[in-house]
Structures are given as C-alpha cells and as structure tokens.
Design a protein around this ligand. Sequence first.
Ligand SMILES: Nc1nc2c(ncn2[C@@H]2O[C@H](COP(=O)(O)O[C@H]3[C@@H](O)[C@H](n4cnc5c(=O)[nH]c(N)nc54)O[C@@H]3COP(=O)(O)O)[C@@H](O)[C@H]2O)c(=O)[nH]1
Length: 594
Amino acid sequence: MNDRITAAPAPGTAADPGAGSGAGGATLQQAHVDSNFADLTLGAISDAVLITDIHGLITYCNPAGCALLDRGPGEILGWPVTELVMLMTAELDPQPHPVPAVLRTGRPTRLPAGTILVRPDGVEFAIEDSTSPIVDQQGTLLGAVMVFHDVTTTRQTMLKMTHQATHDFLTDLPNRALLDSRLAHELDLAARHAAGLAVLYVDLDNFKHVNDSLGHRAGDRLLRSVAGRLCQCVRKSDTVSRFGGDEFVLLLTTEGNAAHAAAAIAGKILTTLAEPHQVDGQALHTGASIGISIFPDDGIEGETLVRNADTALYLAKSGGKNAFRFFEPHMNADAVQRQQLQDGLRVALAGGQLALHYQPKFDLRSGRLTGSEALVRWHHPQLGNVSPARFIAIAEDFGMIGALGRWVRDTACRQMVAWEQGGAAPSQVAVNVSAQELHGAGFEDGLRQTLYETGIAPERLQLEITEGVLLRETDAALAKLRRVRDMGVSLAIDDFGTGYSSLSYLRRLPVDIIKIDQSFIHDIGQDQAGGVIVRAVIGIGQSLGRRIVAEGVEDSSQLDFLREQDCDEGQGYWFSAALPPKEFASRYCQGLAV
Ligand SMILES: Nc1nc2c(ncn2[C@@H]2O[C@H](COP(=O)(O)O[C@H]3[C@@H](O)[C@H](n4cnc5c(=O)[nH]c(N)nc54)O[C@@H]3COP(=O)(O)O)[C@@H](O)[C@H]2O)c(=O)[nH]1
C-alpha cells in the first residue's frame, strides 16, 4: 500500500499495535501492507472504502474515501468511524451506524435508502453503503469494511422525478395521486384515533370566462394566486391539492368537530379568494363554490368522500355560486339523475328528442304580432319532459352548451325560413344565448355559419342575453357583441332588473331591446315597488332609444298597467304559452304576409 493510505494510526488508538488493540488490529494492518494487489484495486475504485478494527477505529481509507471525506489519510486513520462518518435519516434524525452493528452481530448490513452522511465540517450528502465483517481464516472477527458512494445527484434526480409525478406543474400543489395517498393515510389515522377529517372540493366561479377573455397566461396566473391563498387558509399539516382546471381539493384533519372546522375554513376561503387578484397589472375578481364531505358520516373511503364533496359542490354552484354546501345523502339521488340527464342529453343532441316551442310577442299599442321567442324542450324517454332550466345548466357544466345553442339557433332560423317560404312568418325569432355559449371561442363563426347555411335574413334573428351575463362583460366581450350586431342580428337584454345594472352601464351595452324580468311584471298591482320599477325601466330604457318588452304578462291588470306606461311589447301566458311550431303557425302566422 502507498504511504498515503497506510499512514500510521493516531497514537493511542486501537489501530496502533502499541496501544494494545489486540492481535486483530495488528493482523489487519499487516494484511494491508502485504496486500499490494488489493491496495491497487481499492485505490482504483470509485466507491469509498473504510476499514475499521474490532473497536470501530478506522485503519484504512482508500483515495475515494479520502476525497469524499475531504481529508488526508493522516486525518482519518485512528478515528472512531462513528465520529468521522455521522449518519442521519432523510429527515435528518440520527441514524444507527452500521459498523457497530456489524461488529456486534458479525453479519453484513446495509443502510436504509435516503441515508445522509454528515461530515465533521457539516457537509452532507446522500450515500448508499454496504458494511461487512472482516474475519480471518479461523473465523475470528477482525473488524468491518464499509463501502459507500455519494448518491446525491441520483437521489436529487429521483426526488425531482417523484415530485413531478406527485405535484401539479402549474401551482406546485400536490396532485390527485398524492392527495389520494395522503387521504388513505389520514383516513387510517382518523379511524384509529377517532379524529376528524373533512374533504373540501373548491371550484372557481366563472374561471372559464377569465381564460376566454384574458387568455390562458392570465388564467394560469390567477390559478397560482388562488393556490397561494388556499394554502394560507389552512394549516401546514392539511393538504391543498389541484385536481386540474380550476378545481382544488383540500384535506383537513382536525382534533375537534370536523364539520365546524370545515365550515370555518370554507368561509375563510370564500372571503380570501374574493379579494382582487393582481394579474398582469390588473385586478381580477373571482369567486368560488365549495362542496364539503365529512368522515365518516359521508364516506369511509377517500374516493367516496371526494365524490360526495363534488356532488355537494355541484349543488353549491347551481344554488347560486360563491357559497359552500355540506354533502347530504339525498344529493346522491340528484347526482344519479344528473348523470342520467347528462348521458341522455348527448343522445338527445344526436337527434330526435329536442324540439323548439315558440312564444309569441305582441306590440302593446297595435296588438300586432312582433315576433316569437324560441324555447327549447326535451322529452326524455324515461323521465318525460325535462325543464330547460335544468338541462341547460347540465349542458353548460358538461361542455354541451355550444352544440345545444347551435342546434337551437339553426332550428329556429330554419323554421323562420320555412314559414317565410310558406308565405307567412313572424317578423323576428329570438333565441336565448347562455353565458358560456357567448364566451365560447367559436361563437361568432358559428353564428355566421348559421346565417349563411339557413339563409335567414340577419335582421330576422334576435339574440337574448341575460343581464347578469352582460354585467360581467369585459371590453373584449362587449366588442364581440358589437360585431354580432354589425352582422345585422339584433340583441336583447333578458331578465332585466335582476342583475342590478347601473343606468350609465346600460348606455354602454350594445342592445336594441330591454326585456323586463317577469318577476317585476308579477309584482305589478301587488305592491307599490313593482309598478314603480317597471315604470322607471320603461321611461329610462325608451329615453336611451331601446325598445321595451314586458316578460311574463299573466293578467289583464298587468297588461293595462303596461299600456298606460306606454310599454312597447308584451309576452306571457296572458297571450300564449310557448307552442309547437305547427300550432304557432296556425294560430299566429295566418294572414301574416312575409
Ligand atoms: N340558453 C338557452 N336557454 C333557454 C332556451 N330555452 C329556454 N331557455 C331558458 O330556460 C329557462 C326556462 O325556460 P322555460 O321553462 O322555457 O320558461 C320560459 C317561458 O316558458 C316562461 N314564461 C313565459 N311566459 C310566462 C308567464 O307568463 N309566466 C311564467 N311564470 N313563465 C312564463 O319563462 C321562460 C322564458 O324565460 P326568458 O328566456 O328569461 O324569457 C329560461 O331561463 C329560459 O331562458 C334555449 O334554447 N337556450
């Protein structure tokens, strides 16, 4: 062996034969000196090799070992291996050393994965090792040999890969896979210690609108901001995960009542998320809806708890958004029906089950028919007639609203053209456009296609857009509406009065018609305020050059009042409910010249 690795052991150490380390130490050192071939071999390999005597004092270190420990042999030999090579777990807790164990048992051993070696100068690196006993031909234990190498880079790569596989790339939150495994672990603990556990399913309200109107980069930034705020709302021991899109699932563990804790956190989340988010220099507003399930009442398995929280979320959303709801068992029946409707709607869209009915609108001064509103109807083969309010929400939630809206528009326009070709048609047909449909990227092109393919004159088509939708419009969306109007199609603001538009805002909206919401018409004659609002809307709307339509006219006193206020048009059961096309034509198109 060369001088570097056979330097004399520290005086007084067991490796010094004079120190009375016994025959084992002397024999071992002699073996080193004699073994030139072994010396060359050990000097050539990249693994660190440390040999100790029977007392665990280092008697040999190869060059790779010296390099890893950043010491010359003189600073290594004679040291207790447990002091020079301190070992920790991956969590930096003390790790039992393998050399004393081998010297005690005489059996080889390996360190657990993730073991960290801490040098006396404080430098740490991850190692993999194997430690074996050294025995002579008589079977006497002479010492131990520890072979190890630095796996920091490999470990970092592995940790990075594990992180990527278990975290969301955009927000760096745990992903669904990690949530599932944490949920399984926490459920196990909760079951054994009767602890509380809640799952909160959070979904942003109108996130798609941000993406569609401001672009995906802004959407991504908003999601990161939301992720940060969600983490601020919970303890470090809780899990905030992103399930994809704008859906986040939180796992809360509590010692007390889980429902109370979940309600408090849900309230905090709604308040925190409602604060404006600074994205690209502008303040973005977003709300959220939250569904909550509680262990064990709402499920004892992770999958069930998440599914039930999702069901409760759906009801929080359909109940008006920006709210939280706890899961209730009856919701499952609703969820089953929703699934049935969702599946059924796909079939219905493919053909046969959908129909349009037409409700007439009349000029209140002349009594003449001014047009009709097309309202979609669905006869489900098992469930019978399904309310459009219900299935339109489902179409919106499950990405079918574009196709449904397109079907309604195409069918209404074709019907108008058919009536025209028959020689008698109302002057206009109105179709409802849902928020999501309007915000969809293909809306304008789809509309152009409808006009082109059906051959309807654009001025014969009217789009009804609810006030709530228009209120949330950005400049880009308003520009979209102006382009629609430039095609020659007229626009009506539907359900006016329910969205609290300011009158100055009304002036900005590119609409031709204001339809007063039926709730205000219903209030006419019932209380003072109802009539006052209707009168104000008619006066101000007309002064802004808009035509006013009263929706939901049900009796003659309402009609008289509307006429007194010089309202332009009326629609409602007093005149007629929506009718199938044939009935509509035979009642209202006779005598109408195109
Ligand atoms: N995006 C689309 N939305 C649509 C379409 N078809 C309908 N809808 C929307 O669904 C909601 C419920 O519609 P519906 O059950 O058809 O009810 C409409 C009328 O039948 C009803 N109405 C009409 N007159 C009266 C009346 O005198 N009293 C009374 N209580 N109800 C009456 O009102 C509904 C019309 O609402 P509106 O559109 O706001 O004018 C409803 O929100 C529809 O908009 C569709 O094809 N696409």
